[in-house]
Ligand binder design. Structure first.
Ligand SMILES: NC(=O)c1ccc[n+]([C@@H]2O[C@H](COP(=O)([O-])OP(=O)(O)OC[C@H]3O[C@@H](n4cnc5c(N)ncnc54)[C@H](OP(=O)(O)O)[C@@H]3O)[C@@H](O)[C@H]2O)c1
Length: 326
């Protein structure tokens, strides 16, 4: 079973390894709903209780799918997000991602109120365990958005508040309005900026870090994907043909290390993250139950000081080629 840790100081006990459900929406290849539900069930059976969704994934479909999977499962700890707007009739602020497209973000209190009701309905639950603002709205002070999220806590619709893709300063301001349990940010062996930019502030404030794309969107598993025409990773500069070739060569040492340690590359990537502190919660995604088993195995891996040093040398901060998202 997966070891538990508190999500933020004094927060709820949650399995240290979570499950990211975004991959079930076909962004990285086709997915089947029945298999998806079985995969989430396998995760829960393994003690992977933190199930991560968002209203943006599959434009609401992912929350319905997660709702179907967690029905009757009191062990599930359901996290979802709001703020990304696809409906052209909705207001929102344009946020360039640096990946060749912009996101429309709405953090207005009126939209916050409507979003939680819509998410609860799709998930089929009375309350969301952890509710994140997906991205900050540059035209709405974070205090206003979090104030409206706090109202959802007061009315029993949300148990804990989270933020995603925020700066340390935004987190500080938000935390003064309402206690923040967790901040979600990309963190893996090919994206380590958070170690110096955000993590020290989270630790000072007693906030957990939920690591998104902990397997580098599949790159760190050593199975470098050939991207189909609808694969969302085509927008990620790290997967462009030339950068992928460079990155494959730069990370070859890491893949070799996993072989030497007798674990899979995915297990090495996750075990390394789990070793960074019990306030770090990686949420790997997979469409396959067998890979849930493999990834869960990372929690059994104990890396020695020497092994950690070798990993650090093989994948130091900044080694990946290609700009990260936002
Ligand atoms: N807050 C945000 O802005 C944000 C952004 C991105 C992601 N997220 C969250 O983070 C979660 C995870 O991120 P992610 O899906 O982008 O990336 P990830 O978890 O780093 O990688 C997922 C990819 O790795 C593959 N994979 C998983 N386990 C494997 C294994 N053992 N061996 C080989 N391949 C394996 C999966 O393929 P198969 O399906 O074929 O196994 C999938 O293509 C998402 O589901 C989402 O909840 C949040």
């Amino acid at each position: 079973m997966i070891e538990k840790s508190s999500l933020g100081s004094g927060g709820p006990q949650v399995g240290r390894l979570g499950y990211g459900a975004m991959v079930l929406e076909g962004y990285y290849g086709a997915s089947d709903d029945d298999e998806a539900v079985a995969t989430i069930h396998r995760a829960l059976d393994k003690g992977i209780t933190l199930i991560d969704s968002a209203d943006a994934y599959g434009n609401g479909h992912n929350e319905e799918l997660v709702g179907r999977a967690v029905k009757g499962r009191s062990d599930a700890f359901v996290a979802t997000k709001f703020g990304i707007v696809f409906d052209p009739s909705e207001m929102g602020s344009d946020v360039p991602t640096g990946w060749g497209f912009s996101l429309k973000i709405n953090g207005r209190p009126e939209y916050v109120r409507r979003s939680i009701d819509a998410s609860l309905k799709r998930l089929g639950v009375d309350a969301v365990d952890l509710w994140y603002l997906h991205y900050p709205d540059p035209n709405v002070p974070i205090e206003e958005t979090v104030g409206a999220m706090a109202d959802a806590v007061a009315s029993g619709k949300v148990r804990h508040i989270g933020l995603s893709n925020m700066t340390a300063e935004q987190v500080r301001r938000a935390h003064k309005v309402h206690s923040i349990a967790a901040v979600q940010y990309e963190y893996s062996l090919w994206r380590r900026e958070v170690e110096s930019s955000l993590l020290p502030t989270l630790r000072e404030l007693g906030i957990a870090l939920v690591a998104w794309s902990p397997l580098g969107a599949g790159f760190l598993t050593g199975t470098a994907p050939s991207l189909g025409p609808t694969d969302f990773r085509q927008y990620n500069p790290r997967f462009s043909a030339s950068n992928l070739a460079t990155n494959t060569s730069r990370f070859a040492g890491l893949i070799k290390l996993s072989d030497e340690f007798g674990i899979t590359p995915a297990q090495l990537a996750l075990a390394w993250l789990l070793n960074q502190g019990n306030d770090i919660f990686p949420i790997p995604g997979t469409r396959r139950a067998s890979r849930v088993d493999e990834n869960a195995g990372a929690s059994e891996v104990r890396l020695s000081v020497e092994q950690l040093m070798l990993i650090d040398q093989a994948a130091p901060p900044g080694v990946a080629e290609g700009s990260p998202l936002v």
